[in-house]
Design a protein around this ligand. Structure first.
Ligand code: AMP
Length: 465
């Protein structure tokens, strides 16, 4: 993707946690884990460590590699650590909102980090505020923490309190909680956001994606089950099942766009899933062309699958500047009008005079596709056929993706033909939903496809959305 729009799609968050039994440097391990999960959020990052019951942390706006250095990591020692990379979804961007949240409550300290969005957080927050609770951040995680600290008064343990809290909160969440003696991981009852368990030596590790295990030399063990709470204490693992036999609803957009291609989620490798999407797309919407190219990065695997299926040469259509970070000063309108294009540049020799199939993972507002079609035409493409490896996005997501309002989703109020005209393509085709659902080969979960169908995985009131 080459998003440059601050006001549209947002990425989600990444989690990493380690309960250390082997004298690893937990902060350093978490640093490398977060580094591998940087694609899940580039706005801010933080690490909290548990040093004999005292929690120390460091968190800042920016990229993992900018925030942490040897000196900072050198001050973070502890037998348990959790870390987070964030790209705000429902909330505003405030420094106080950076995770992990570190809080002191009646039973001591705890640190929390989560990925997802609680759709009833605002209502709960209002109710708690009316009862005198004050909040220091705008995050739904702090609402969860407030519920947890209240429930803890009534329960024998934090995990029992969490079981109660999970009956009160609604939405998508993968959660890590660190207390003086425990590392706890939990996943919402529908398993909408990924979270998996790994091991390195005798140490347990949790991460949003399995690629983080590879980064730190750990072994993937399994995905956390929907509704499951895992507690690591004294080096031992215990688990609580809070919801039995509900149908899981993993966000299928994880495979389409979010996750790293080298991650395995719910048993399906993301790269293979995208390759397969390209093959199915080729069968469903073939094109006559001289070359197939993908929009870096999430369109590349699908482009390879598409090209292979139709026997059309696959080529590199663009060079992407890998150093464009969030602090990059975006070109003004005036600069853009002068042709300043920093992020992506077409390879003219590959494009000129050719009939090009251009594959991207999604069309949301249509801005990116329109821009890229124009780039390709300016580079001399004879024809540009756009193929998209997900169905038209017609509905907003309330579960952590934070897509634009429904009226701003181009497929909500335009037909495929109209979108084709708007983006200036010679033809346009989307993979069908049925086709997309076949792509996570080997996945052993159900999927949330609400952004393509409007069939939301839970009932929602007007106030919640
Ligand atoms: P748009 O330009 O609004 O049609 O958005 C589609 C482009 O955004 C595609 O190139 C995708 O790779 C990219 N994209 C899809 N989902 C997201 C997301 N949640 N956050 C940022 N970019 C995204």
């Amino acid at each position: 993707m080459i998003q440059s729009k601050e006001d549209t799609l947002k990425e989600k968050c990444g989690l990493f946690g380690v309960y250390n039994c082997n004298n690893w440097n937990t902060a350093e391990l978490t640093y490398y884990g977060l580094y591998a999960l940087q694609h899940r959020g580039q706005e801010s990052a933080g690490i909290a460590v548990n040093d004999n019951g005292r929690i120390f942390y460091h968190k800042e706006m920016g990229l993992v590699s900018d925030i942490f250095d040897h000196v900072v990591l050198g001050h973070l020692h502890g037998e348990i650590a959790i870390g987070h990379v964030r790209y705000a979804t429902a909330q505003e961007r405030m420094k106080e909102d950076i995770q992990p949240l570190v809080l002191k409550y009646t039973k001591g300290h705890m640190a929390l980090a989560h990925n997802g969005n609680l759709i009833n957080a605002q209502q709960i927050r209002r109710r708690l505020e009316e009862q005198g609770t004050f909040f220091q951040t705008t995050t739904d995680l702090e609402v969860l923490a407030a519920l947890l600290s209240r429930a803890r008064i009534r329960h024998h343990s934090i995990e029992d309190a969490l079981v109660e809290v999970m009956t009160k909160i609604k939405g998508a969440y993968s959660l890590l909680i660190m207390t003086p003696h425990k590392l706890i991981a939990a996943r919402d009852p529908l398993g909408m956001r990924p979270l998996s368990l790994g091991k390195k030596g005798d140490s347990y590790i949790f991460a949003s994606e399995s690629t983080a295990f590879d980064a730190v030399g750990a072994t993937f063990i399994r995905d956390i089950l929907p509704g499951e709470i895992i507690i690591i204490q004294d080096g031992q693992l215990r688990t609580i099942t809070t919801h039995v036999s509900t149908l899981s609803r993993m966000c299928i957009f994880e495979y389409v766009y979010f996750a790293r291609p080298d991650s395995i989620i719910e048993g399906a490798e993301v790269y293979e899933t995208r390759l397969e999407a390209g093959k199915i797309l080729a069968k469903e919407c073939p094109a006559e062309a001289d070359i197939v190219i993908g929009v870096p990065d999430s369109g590349l695997a699908a482009a390879q699958g598409y090209a292979k299926e139709l026997g059309i040469p696959y080529g590199e259509g663009f060079v992407k500047n890998r150093y464009v970070g969030r602090t990059f000063i975006k070109p003004s309108q005036a600069m853009r009008e002068q042709g300043v294009q920093i992020k992506l540049n077409p390879l003219r020799s590959q494009i000129k005079g050719k009939r090009v199939v251009m594959i991207d993972d999604s069309i949301v507002r249509g801005t990116t596709s329109k821009y890229i079609v124009q780039l390709l035409k300016d580079a001399g493409a004879k024809e540009v056929h756009v193929r998209i490896s997900s169905p038209p996005v017609t509905h907003s997501c309330y579960f952590g993706i934070d897509t634009p309002h429904r009226q701003n989703l181009i497929a909500n109020n335009h037909s495929v033909e109209e979108i084709q005209q708007k983006i200036g393509a010679d033809s346009l085709g989307f993979i069908s939903l049925k086709g997309l659902l076949q792509t996570p080969v080997g996945a052993k979960c159900g999927f949330c496809t609400a952004c393509f169908t409007g069939e939301y995985p839970m009932e929602m009131t007007k106030e919640e959305i």
